[in-house]
Write a protein that binds this ligand. Structure first.
Ligand SMILES: [Zn+2]
Length: 110
């Protein structure tokens, strides 16, 4: 079962709510058990959100590599590839962030 702290939003997995919130220290009474449908959404979205966050890390690495390549400017072919990599990494990172923001507002988080 999942329990959510009504003060800070911390989600707790267990048979019962914790004695106090690990994040904000709110007492047990501040925790609400999530409905089965909401809990199902949260559980299903956990791995997807983790994949999105890992993607964001890799895209940042791609953006850094492209920047380094653009600074070297060996030849037009290299510059073309690095510019495309930089643009694609930027756009994909923004898409990842937009998707994560949507998940947070639709309870697909926790
Ligand atoms: Zn809390």
């Amino acid at each position: 079962m999942l329990f959510k702290c009504s003060v800070c939003g911390f989600i707790w997995d267990g048979d019962d709510a914790p004695d106090k919130c690990p994040k904000c220290g709110a007492p047990k009474e501040k925790f609400n058990k999530l409905d089965d449908d909401v809990a199902g959404l949260v559980l299903k979205s956990r791995e997807t959100n983790d994949i999105h966050m890992k993607l964001a890390v890799h895209l940042e690495i791609i953006a850094d590599l492209a920047k380094r390549g653009l600074e070297i400017k060996l030849d037009p072919g290299c510059v073309d590839v690095f510019e495309k990599a930089q643009k694609a990494a930027y756009e994909l990172r923004q898409m990842v962030k937009a998707e994560l923001a949507t998940h947070m507002t639709k309870q697909k988080w926790g």
